[in-house]
Design a protein around this ligand. Structure first.
Ligand code: ADP
Ligand code: MG
Length: 257
């Protein structure tokens, strides 16, 4: 069985007769694989991921025939069971690192909170592990950054902190939703390299939402193309790049200089 299995997922906002923004979507992710998702702005990529993370609040409505992660039905999990899975086994980083970070707490504290909640680490043990994680995400002078607040760090460093928080609980699947779009061009490649290093080291699966087809070609095993709320094609990267079947994919590939 796949690590993540989505069948017939729809998400609607507004009136009952409003068109769904995610429309009968099927998608699966295997253990340890990198799946890229591409698609123009507004095609439903983020909403799909937010639905998985349980982050669509009413009046948004989700329906699905199957929304299973690690053998568990995400729509039927509640309370502690749900928190044990989401945030631990299934983690997400966002375009804006501040979506994951709280401006009022030091980065050390925020990483330690994840370690406490999901890994049962406290005190010195949590502190040491938080420092390990900051070093793992290659934050310079990591020890002194533990006491820094997000506003004292650059966007790129905050994204590294967000990544450290996301991997602190050793997730089996990390969702990265345009993780470098908001960052300086000069550091985009460094952050992407870091993510892929971590993916390989930890053997975790990665869903990578990106507009960068060069990154897709280099890193992903499979790619899924979304258009107007639907998956219009999915396939192995070389196959799909060599022989796209949907007009949007053709146009996308033709746009590469
Ligand atoms: P993208 O592929 O760029 O990530 P999104 O998943 O963010 O696209 O959005 C898909 C569609 O859903 C867009 O038309 C967007 O305006 C709409 N949408 C997203 N969130 C909401 C919301 N909370 N309420 C109403 N419409 C929303
Ligand atoms: Mg988006």
């Amino acid at each position: 069985m796949s690590l993540l299995e989505i069948r017939n997922l729809s998400v609607r906002f507004g009136d009952a007769d409003a068109p769904p923004v995610v429309d009968a979507l099927d998608l699966s992710v295997e253990q340890g694989e990198v799946l890229a998702i591409v698609g123009e702005s507004g095609s439903g990529k983020s909403v799909t991921m937010l639905a998985l993370m349980g982050l669509i609040d009413p009046p948004g409505r989700i329906t699905a025939e199957c929304l299973q992660f690690a053998g568990q039905d995400l729509l039927r999990l509640h309370g502690r069971q749900r928190r044990r899975l989401i945030g631990k086994e299934l983690a997400m980083i966002f375009q804006d690192p501040m979506t994951a970070l709280n401006p009022s707490y030091t980065v050390g504290y925020q990483i330690e909170e994840v370690l406490h909640q999901h890994m049962n680490l406290k005190g010195q043990a949590a502190r040491r592990r938080a420092l390990d994680l900051l070093e793992r995400v290659e934050i310079p002078a990591a020890a002194s950054r533990l006491n820094a607040y997000p506003h004292q760090l650059s966007g790129g460093m905050n994204q590294r902190v967000a990544i450290a928080m996301a991997i602190a609980a050793e997730p089996r699947l990390l969702i990265a939703d345009e993780p470098t779009t908001a960052l300086d061009v000069t550091i985009q490649a460094q952050i992407m390299d870091l993510l892929l290093d971590l993916q390989r080291d930890q053997g975790m699966a990665l869903i990578l939402i990106t507009h960068d087809l060069a990154v897709v070609a280099e890193t992903a095993q499979r790619v899924c193309v979304m258009y107007a709320g639907q998956v219009v094609e999915t396939g192995r990267v070389p196959d799909l790049f060599d022989a796209p079947t949907h007009p949007y994919t053709e146009a996308l590939l033709a746009s590469i200089p």
